[in-house]
Design a protein around this ligand. Structure first.
Ligand code: PMP
Length: 405
């Protein structure tokens, strides 16, 4: 009885708790706008047709066994994943300056990147990382876990429900030189607010002036615009302008492989020789933590990325998901502004991008939606657009209208 006396009870994870409450609710018209997972028009998880095909190919391949992968993962997967995010014609890849390691999805990539920086980045006594305010909540715990203190920089302006661009740039300029700054590559979670290309350019200027380190988190490539290259633009621009950086990559959303945990960490080093040293230490970290990554999901993604026909099909599947979300944005906007004449401005519903939308409603209004209408969303007013569909969008719009009046 003495042994664990000093272990405090931790609160349950808010998002997973929300999903549990939703599942327990017997109300037939209940709506789940909490979790960031794609749903089809019938609120069902969607196995991408291209994933089904790749699966079939794997099943029939007599060469597939269950041996361990190398410590840094399936080489055909990591090489193709690097090209996907950095561009097939990336000079950094051609020069051998990119180190790529397979990870436990995007979370594992964030962890490995953070653990590596914790051990080897020259923090100058200041072990801090700067996160956007707000950000994916797990970022805080991931950095704290490896002894890096998370602080925030201004990002979202509640007055405009948009980017606090001037405050963001002013703050980045004020931070100590060589600060580590986390950036969402596209489809910012939770706000759905991304900088424009012009704004990215100016942010990049500050990174170069101040020699900041860019820690890119890319969990939604393809989800923002429906176009893989378009959504990788900011990362490629920073690489082109030689900002020192790493990128965390997830295939959870864009390949619908949430539970298979497929991801990668790519670090762009100044030289091939530096990349080799970095990779050797990433291997040491991976070996002690997971020994080697899981094979199945990486094989699926590798097939898709390396087979031109499957790759084209994947791009169509991504368009299907992104287009449905964009349609839902337009329809919600139409219902609120034209039909219901809901008070306030709702332009942000169509200007925001990706899986999530920050509605701008208060915690009280969010709670009222859950209590009165069985609509589940996080307290910050974030909704997963993928939870809306042709059957429930009117119900949602009408109840949103009620709580803001
Ligand atoms: N980063 C961000 C910004 C995310 O939104 C997510 C998913 N919610 C992740 C990383 C990691 O997701 P996963 O580990 O499932 O790839």
């Amino acid at each position: 009885p003495e042994t664990w006396k000093r272990v405090p009870l931790a609160p349950p994870d808010s998002i997973f708790k929300l999903t549990a409450s939703y599942k327990d609710d017997p109300f037939p018209q209940k709506v789940n706008l909490g979790v960031g997972a794609y749903r089809d028009d019938d609120s069902k998880p969607w196995v991408l047709p291209v994933v089904k095909k790749a699966n079939q190919i794997l099943l029939e391949d007599p060469a597939i066994d269950h041996e361990y992968l190398p410590i840094t993962g399936l080489p055909a997967f990591t090489a193709a994943a690097a090209k996907l995010i950095l561009g097939a014609d990336s000079p950094a890849i051609a020069e051998g300056r990119v180190t790529s390691v397979q990870t436990i999805s995007g979370t594992g990539a964030n962890h490995l990147g953070a653990a590596f920086l914790s051990k080897y980045y020259d923090f100058n006594g200041d072990r801090k990382v700067y996160l956007s305010d707000p950000t994916w909540v797990n970022h805080f715990a991931i950095f704290r876990n490896v002894g890096i203190e998370p602080l925030v920089y201004p990002y979202y302006d509640p007055k405009t429900i948009g980017l606090a661009f001037d405050e963001l740039v002013t703050t980045l300029k004020r931070l100590p030189a060589k600060s580590v700054i986390l950036l969402h590559a596209c489809a910012h979670n939770p706000t759905g607010v991304d900088p424009t290309r012009e704004q990215w350019g100016k942010i990049c200027d500050v990174f170069l002036q101040k020699k900041h380190y860019a820690f890119f988190d890319c969990a939604y490539q393809g989800f923002a615009s429906g176009d893989l290259d378009n959504d990788a633009w900011a990362v490629r621009e920073f690489v082109r302008r030689e900002v020192p950086l790493l990128v965390c990559q997830s295939f959870a959303k864009n390949a619908g492989l949430y539970g298979e945990r497929v991801g990668a960490l790519h670090l762009v080093a100044p030289s091939q020789e530096a990349a080799t040293r970095v990779k050797s230490q990433l291997s040491v970290l991976v070996r002690s933590e997971i020994s080697n990554p899981p094979a199945y999901g990486a094989r699926i993604v590798s097939l898709i990325l390396n087979n031109p026909e499957l790759f084209e099909e994947w791009k169509r599947d991504i368009k299907t998901m992104a287009s449905r979300i964009i349609e839902m944005r337009k329809e919600l906007y139409r219902l609120l502004t034209e039909e219901l004449k809901t008070p306030g401005s709702w332009d942000h519903i169509i200007t925001q991008i990706g899986m999530f939308s920050f509605t701008g409603i208060s915690p009280e209004q969010s709670q009222a939606l859950t209590e009165k209408a069985h609509i589940y969303l996080t307290q910050n007013g974030r909704i997963s657009m993928a939870g809306l569909n042709s059957h429930n969008i009117r119900y949602f719009a009408e109840n949103l209208d009620k709580v803001v009046r």
